[in-house]
Design a protein around this ligand. Structure first.
Ligand code: BDR
Ligand code: CA
Length: 319
């Protein structure tokens, strides 16, 4: 089994990833840490507590950073996730469980230090909490079992972004934090937008989810506005970005990977772009050789990944 902490900004696709993690028999969810992003930190933390309660998740929730390390927050993507981050469904705040007293980055460092070699961090939002954790306790880099993130884009097919032509939301939302996470000497895997965009749930899949049980019905309800957003883009269905990071954990064989050093552009027109150096070229003299190599997805068996998501969420693949 994989003992994981999910660092998340719920978030419609984050909500699906939480249910995926809770349902998968080989995943032991030991903590949920929140990070501003799809909505502000108050909303995403309330959403995490709400989803924990509705899905019957036992793991504690710890509240994370409200802003990026070095710059003002950009606007929240209300056109994607609604103004509360969960498609504007009504959220009952009252009954939600108590929150862990520690800030997210302290929860993360404590948990890794108490369980050396056992914890995998799965980060599916901005990387601020991970950077704060590294700064607070650099020794966690050697103690963590693995780090899997959803963010950036790595295939050589060309630039890919959902905030600018070259920048993905989780990276441009805190590029300095992302660059620190890519610079740390820890076993890091990134599943980027160019890969997660290949895995699409159809409107029919979501309608079927609505019939599968109370957790799935809640997920289907909060996904309606997200489906409408995709429809406006001409996409019949919706992306399930964050679930692909968990998919990688349990089925790495479904992904094609490439490794090399990665840097994040922090300024200028390319701000938020993830750039992986080609370590096989004889040029140039400076190939960022002093930086650790990360492993990044450049392809996925999209059919199998979609089937896995449907199966773990509790419906079967009809396509
Ligand atoms: C990522 O940004 C967020 O909107 C999603 O939850 C996902 O983590 C996709 O770019
Ligand atoms: Ca997310």
């Amino acid at each position: 089994t994989h003992k994981i902490i999910i660092d998340t900004d719920p978030g419609v696709d984050d909500a699906a990833a939480l249910l995926f993690a809770h349902n998968h028999p080989e995943i032991d969810l030991v903590g949920i840490t929140t990070i501003f992003g799809n909505a502000d930190i108050d909303n995403v933390t309330a959403n995490a507590l709400f989803l924990k309660q509705h899905f019957g998740i036992a793991a504690p929730v710890a509240r994370g950073a409200s802003r990026a390390l070095a710059r003002a927050n950009g606007p929240s993507p209300t056109h994607v996730h609604g103004s509360n981050g969960l498609g504007d469904i009504a959220r009952s705040d009252g009954a939600a469980g108590a929150i862990d007293p520690r800030p997210a980055h302290r929860f993360i460092t404590d948990c890794i230090e108490d369980n050396p070699g056992e914890i995998t961090l799965v980060a599916v939002g901005r990387l601020t909490n991970l950077a704060l954790a590294l700064n607070h306790a650099p020794q966690i880099a050697a103690l963590v079992k693995g780090v899997v993130i959803m963010g950036g884009a790595f295939s050589t097919a060309g630039p890919n972004g959902n905030v600018t032509p070259v920048a993905e939301a989780n990276i441009i939302g805190d590029p300095e934090a992302a660059d620190q996470v890519f610079s740390a000497d820890w076993p890091l895997t990134a599943i980027g937008l160019d890969v997660t965009r290949q895995v699409i749930l159809s409107r029919e899949d979501v309608a079927e989810l609505a019939q599968a049980g109370p957790s799935q019905a809640l997920l289907a309800r909060l996904t309606q506005g997200y489906l409408d957003y995709h429809a406006r883009l001409g996409i019949d269905g919706c992306y399930v970005h964050d679930s692909s990071a968990l998919g990688y954990l349990v089925r790495p064989d479904l992904f094609q990977m490439q490794s090399g050093p990665v840097r994040v552009a922090c300024d200028g027109v390319a701000r938020g772009q993830t750039i992986m150096a080609d370590i096989h070229t004889p040029y140039p003299p400076n190939r960022w050789d002093d930086r650790p190599h990360i492993s990044a997805a450049v392809g996925v068996d999209a059919r199998a990944m979609r089937a896995l998501v449907l199966e773990v969420l509790g419906i079967s693949d009809q396509a």
